[in-house]
Structure formats: C-alpha cells, structure tokens
Design a protein around this ligand. Structure first.
Ligand code: MYA
Length: 227
C-alpha cells in the first residue's frame, strides 16, 4: 500500500475489476489490524466533530492539526480507490468498501457473519448515520441492506451485483444497536432472490427484497473462507 510497505503492493494484473495481490494472508491481516485501528480513530473523529461544542478558536486549532495529519498520510497513496484484492489463499480484502471497509472511517463497519440461512450482522449506528432526528437515514438503511443482501447472494462462492432492491420502511429505525439479516429465497439461472431486514430490540424496522445477478461468465466456486 505504501512505499514503506512494499509487500502490500498489488501485482500488475487485474481480473474483472478484482485485483490479484499476492500478499500472504498473515501480512494482509497484520496490515489490516494496523489500518483498522486508524479508521476506528477516524470514526471517533467524525462523531466528535458532529457533537463538539468547543469554542471556535479550538475548532480552528484542531482543523489545522488534522490538516497536518492528512499531509502525513498523503506522503504515500494508492493512485485510486482500494478495490477488492485477493491472494492465492482465497483471502480477499476490500478495505475501502463503504460498508465493510477496514480502512474506511465512514463504514460502520459491518462485520458480516455467514450462517446456514444466509448472513447477519450486529451493528451500533451513531450520530454519523442520522437522518430524521434520532433515526437512521433511509439511504443508510438501504446501503447496509444492499451490502448484506449482496453478500448473502454471493455466499462466499460467487460475486452477485444488485439488480433491483426494494425497501419497505415499516417504522423509524432508531440510532443504536441493530441487527441486519439476509437470506436467499430463490434462485433462477443467474438471478438470486434475497430477503433482508433491519431490526431493533422491538422487531423489524425495515424489510427489503432484492434481485442480485451473477454477471455472465463469472465462476461459481466451492464456498471460500470468510473475508
Ligand atoms: C474475491 C472476491 C470477493 C468478492 C466479495 C463479494 C461480496 C459482494 C458483496 C457486494 C454487495 C454490494 C452489492 C452492490 O453494491 S453491487 C453495485 C450496484 N449494482 C450495480 O452496479 C449493477 C449494475 N448492473 C449490472 O452490472 C448489470 O445490469 C447486471 C450484472 C445486474 C445484469 O447484467 P447482465 O448483462 O448479466 O444481465 P442480463 O441482461 O444478461 O440478464 C440476466 C437476467 O437478469 C435479469 N436482470 C437483468 N438486470 C436486472 C435488474 N436490474 N433487476 C432485475 N433483474 C435483472 C434479466 O431479466 C435476466 O433474467 P432472465 O431472462 O434470465 O430471467
């Protein structure tokens, strides 16, 4: 990723927008933990920025300090987005992803668990995800459901893109602890039909139905290890 981490540079070739990167899994996991700790602090920063009430002068000082930190990170950067990378051990990583990206301070991030019925994730959404007062933004709900339902359709053995996603917002989704779920309800050639939901302690707040499409010519493999 950086000039100080030559072993994490992607190899030259790409396949279908996914980047083959021969970094060994142990090294990927070491770097992931490092970058994840930075993203966690960025997430704290976002929350603190939204909720701060300190004086204007202090805001300006913090802004200048942060600008200096940004310059330090800019010393060595990827030329574009992080993409999805995978190695020969079938370990894949998508650190920039808007929902699960370990390096992405605007991702909650969702930690998705694959189980026999599909996928689920427990997440706590704070001030950064607010839409109506105290409630999760409807677009954020759609974002999170799109991802977990896509993962459900993909099932760690193929890649399926969102074709159509339909949401039903049954009631406001409160900020705080939530559960997301996805399960496959049907398959027809390259189409995978998925149902999803968001729930709080009192039950379902959002329901979704989606048609996910496995692009023509892409492989279906035996189930691969979790990312
Ligand atoms: C190492 C790897 C790691 C990977 C991580 C994996 C995790 C991933 C998690 C990701 C989570 C995040 C997820 C994201 O954010 S994915 C990002 C958001 N989605 C997109 O950008 C998708 C953009 N669209 C496309 O790429 C194409 O249009 C697709 C691939 C969808 C279809 O183009 P293709 O050329 O292949 O289609 P076809 O014409 O041969 O039709 C085939 C069949 O599909 C039916 N159809 C077509 N379109 C739609 C539609 N819109 N709704 C419903 N049905 C549709 C069609 O009638 C036909 O049905 P039938 O005639 O067979 O009955």
């Amino acid at each position: 990723m950086t000039s100080r981490q030559p072993s994490l540079r992607a190899s030259a070739w790409q396949a279908g927008g996914f980047v083959r990167d021969d970094t060994p899994t142990a090294e990927v996991e070491r770097r992931e933990a490092v970058i994840e700790s930075l993203a966690g602090t960025v997430r704290d920063l976002i929350d603190a920025t939204i909720r701060t009430t300190v004086e204007d002068d202090e805001v300006h000082r913090v802004r200048d300090d942060l600008a200096a930190l940004v310059d330090r990170l800019r010393v060595s950067q990827l030329p574009g987005p992080a993409g999805v990378r995978y190695n020969t051990e079938f370990r894949s990583w998508n650190w920039g992803n808007a929902v699960v990206g370990a390096a992405n301070g605007i991702a909650p991030p969702l930690r998705i668990v694959h189980d026999s019925d599909g996928c689920h994730a427990d997440v706590v959404l704070g001030a950064a995800y607010e839409g109506p007062p105290g409630l999760v933004h409807g677009g954020v709900s759609a974002l999170l459901l799109d991802h977990i339902m896509g993962e459900t359709a993909s099932g760690r053995r193929r890649t399926a893109f969102t074709g159509t996603l339909t949401m039903r917002y049954r009631r406001g989704t409160p900020l705080g602890p939530l559960r997301l779920e996805g399960r496959i309800v049907g398959e027809e050639r390259r189409k995978i039909f998925v149902a999803g939901s968001i729930s709080d302690a009192d039950g379902v707040t959002v329901e979704a139905e989606g048609v996910f499409i496995q692009p023509a010519g892409t492989p279906t493999a035996p189930e691969r290890p979790s990312t």
